[in-house]
Design a protein around this ligand. Structure first.
Ligand code: PLP
Length: 432
């Protein structure tokens, strides 16, 4: 078993060598990690020096300028959503005015799915196509939007079924577009459990061939996988900023609307979506902004948005293409180590192995996944557990290195070897 052991000197030396050659390695010094091995950046990214500084600046502006901060801060709070949208646009491959920072992911799903359902005639198919491995909030929101239009969600929400409980085949999505009466296909970019990356280009092309609108939930890819939403013609998308964008718990989310839809009436209108120049005329008639900004609802939550300016600075400095490259190297390395070191203990990889089908995290499957994740946390490796048997491990490229991945595997091997995990409760409770 020795050459399988994760702690052989050759392995340690190789990992250290890879860290030395990594052009992103220095970014780790910009973050404060809550524990030695923080492998949970796909749930909640850690704080960086730039995010903290941006938050502190906003607080100071509030203290010193009060209400004047809306127009006199730098940038003016009034324009935060749009200014952040401009900086988010390159990460999703969109024009600056196709993106805006606003709301939360779930609220943005409500308004965008609602908006596009409203563009469909009574004679159009008005079913929405999703999949059975989705993050639940997407279904809750879409079902609510269907109900509000008098459409029975049990009849109008159609689920593409997974063949293996881990992934969704693109062919099955396309077949379902023909099988059901679909007006909108709404898929994730990356599945939250297995980490499968979807083929956004093909799904959008096939949807458009059938006059179906294509929307995506990019929560698990923004900041780690580059996108080309505009050139693929994607109709709309949503994402959060607290995972790979490291903007903090509950940070303002983001959305994208393709420019050909500018002028479409937002389902959940609010004064922040008004044309900016005349917003403070306080007209009772809603004149919507001619940009994605029209889908804002309320005033920007400044303290939830400011850190995003700082954290985006680091993402742009590192460059999203290089981030993706390192992410693939790290996940490939982790997958190899699971095969070589952890598989004798009953661990297996639940994430697609092809780089083009892999997002930023790896699902390690084991029947004792819950207890293993608890034991790992108590020994300084923060991961999360996802039902029923997944330890989700996220080597986020800005602050995780190859030696960290090796140390994590060493720790998990040790926990499995001496069965330390058996000291923990078998039943999950609370936030996992
Ligand atoms: C794919 C996906 N969509 C939506 C959400 C939740 O969004 P919200 O920020 O509205 O809580 C998550 C949360 O982890 C997610 O993984």
């Amino acid at each position: 078993m020795d050459e399988q052991s994760a702690s052989t000197p050759a392995r340690v030396e190789e990992a250290q060598q890879r860290d030395e050659n990594d052009s992103l390695a220095a970014f780790a010094t910009r973050f404060d990690l809550p524990d030695d091995l923080y492998l949970d950046g796909n749930s909640l990214g850690p704080v960086s020096d730039t995010a903290e500084e941006a938050l502190t600046d906003a607080l100071e502006q509030w203290r010193e300028q009060g209400i004047r901060g809306w127009s006199e801060s730098d940038p003016p709070w009034f324009w935060y959503g749009e200014r952040l949208g401009e900086q988010l646009a390159p990460l999703v491959g969109a024009d600056p005015d196709e993106c805006v920072a606003t709301g939360t992911t779930t609220v943005n799903i409500h308004t965008l799915v609602g908006t596009f359902l409203d563009t469909l005639d009574e004679s159009d198919p008005r079913g929405v196509l999703v999949n059975d491995l989705d993050f639940p909030t997407d279904h809750y929101a879409i079902r609510a939007q269907l109900r509000q239009r008098g459409l029975d969600p049990d009849e109008h929400l159609h689920l593409v079924e997974s063949r293996d409980g881990r992934t969704i085949e693109t062919d099955d999505i396309v077949d379902a577009m023909d099988e059901y009466e679909i007006g909108i296909v709404f898929m994730p970019s990356v599945l939250y459990r297995s980490g499968q990356l979807f083929d956004i280009e093909t799904i959008t092309r096939e949807a458009h061939r059938r006059d179906i609108l294509a929307g995506f939930d990019l929560a698990h890819s923004v900041g780690v996988v580059p996108h080309n939403l505009s050139s693929h013609g994607v109709d709309f998308a949503v994402w959060c900023s607290y995972k790979y964008l490291n903007a903090g718990p509950g940070a303002v989310a983001g959305l994208y609307v393709n420019e050909r839809h500018f002028g479409t009436t937002p389902a959940l209108a609010g004064w922040w979506g008004h044309e900016k120049e005349t917003q403070f005329d306080m007209n009772l008639t809603f004149t919507q902004a001619e940009t994605a900004g029209a889908w804002q609802i309320s005033a920007v939550p400044i303290l939830n948005a400011a850190p995003l300016f700082g954290s985006l600075e680091l993402v742009h400095e590192a460059d999203i293409e290089r981030i993706r490259e390192k992410s693939l190297e790290l996940t490939a390395y982790l997958i190899d180590l699971v095969d070589e070191v952890l598989s004798p203990y009953g661990c297996s990889v639940g994430t697609p192995r092809e780089p083009a089908r892999r997002g930023g995290h790896v699902a390690i499957e084991h029947p004792e996944a819950y207890r293993l994740s608890q034991a790992l946390r108590d020994h300084g490796a923060i991961v999360d557990f996802r039902q029923p048997n997944v330890v989700r491990v996220c080597p986020a490229p800005l602050y995780v290195g190859f030696e960290d991945v090796l140390e994590f595997v060493q720790l998990l091997a040790a926990i499995l070897e001496d069965e330390r995990y058996t000291a923990y409760d078998t039943e999950p409770s609370g936030v996992t």
